[in-house]
Design a protein around this ligand. Structure first.
Ligand code: ADP
Length: 262
């Protein structure tokens, strides 16, 4: 389409129409890609489950130790499928703006301490240290607690997944100005190659598919985080240094009372 140089009457209209068509095609293409991804993501665990069930039928059931291992694999795969479908449903609600944001006044320190508590078992098992740093000028903020908890859970769970044992995670809250709170989750883990950074918030985009799946990931965590932050009127960004660590930062606006009531 860039080859259209005609300056004649009506050419602007033609170009605008072609532009519309390409936008439409892009949308169609990304829909097709999404459906293909979903199908593939569901098919992979189903195929695994099927082959383990067949192995059980074919005799593995007679060997209790083998059988119990196979059952546990099928169970893990089932749990991942449930997570995937739950994530997809949530994304679809956020997309269609059906998701109701129910805001409540929240103490930031308490919220961040509770995230760390939810992961305390995993953190301890892998000797990963977590520090929470809330600057003194951070005030209570009105937000949808369940949803922001999910953003934080996704970010902290990624930080843990992609950081080696004995690593270090820092969750920090800073007040940028009168209107904006900034929360960041930083790790000193494996990091992300530069070439992948621009696509990292896309649905199902992963640097290492096998690794993500092994870790129980769905490839949707960051996209869900972005949708939730956007629904709050904030922004989210990721910085990473391959081999050294990753930092995800999001902002949330401090709303005036009447805005919060909307
Ligand atoms: P997943 O379920 O695969 O973790 P996400 O949407 O949460 O899906 O993340 C997408 C991809 O971004 C991950 O597969 C991983 O490659 C990369 N990623 C996310 N967070 C981190 C992190 N803290 N360190 C390194 N890589 C990360």
């Amino acid at each position: 389409f860039t080859t259209i140089h005609s300056k004649g009457k009506g050419s602007a209209g033609t170009i605008a129409m072609l532009q519309d068509v390409t936008d439409q095609e892009k949308l169609e293409e990304s829909r097709r890609e999404f459906v293909a991804n979903v199908s593939h993501e569901l098919r992979t665990p189903l195929t695994t489950i099927k082959s383990y069930l067949e192995a059980l039928e074919d005799g593995a059931l007679e060997e209790p130790q083998v059988a119990s291992k196979f059952v546990s694999v099928t169970r893990n795969e089932t749990e991942r499928m449930i997570r995937l479908v739950t994530d997809l449903l949530q994304l679809s609600r956020l997309d269609s703006k059906q998701a109701i944001i129910s805001r409540e006044l929240t103490d930031v320190s308490e919220m961040l301490e509770e995230v760390a508590d939810r992961f305390s078992f995993q953190l301890e098992q892998r000797s990963i240290q977590i520090d929470i740093d809330v600057l003194p000028d951070v005030e209570e903020i009105v937000l949808d607690r369940d949803r922001i908890d999910q953003v934080l859970d996704n970010l902290v769970s990624n930080a843990i997944k992609y950081t080696a044992d004995e690593g270090h995670i820092v969750i920090r809250a800073v007040r940028l100005d009168a209107k904006l709170l900034e929360i960041s989750v930083q790790d000193n883990g494996i990091g992300i190659p530069k070439k992948d950074l621009s696509r990292i918030f896309e649905r199902f985009y992963r640097v290492d598919k096998a690794r993500s799946r092994n870790m129980g990931g769905t490839g949707l965590g960051l996209s869900i985080a972005r949708e939730i932050v956007r629904a709050h009127g904030g922004t989210i960004a990721l910085e990473s240094d391959l081999g050294h660590g990753t930092k995800v930062t999001f902002t949330l606006p401090y709303l005036r009372d009447e805005e919060a009531a909307e």
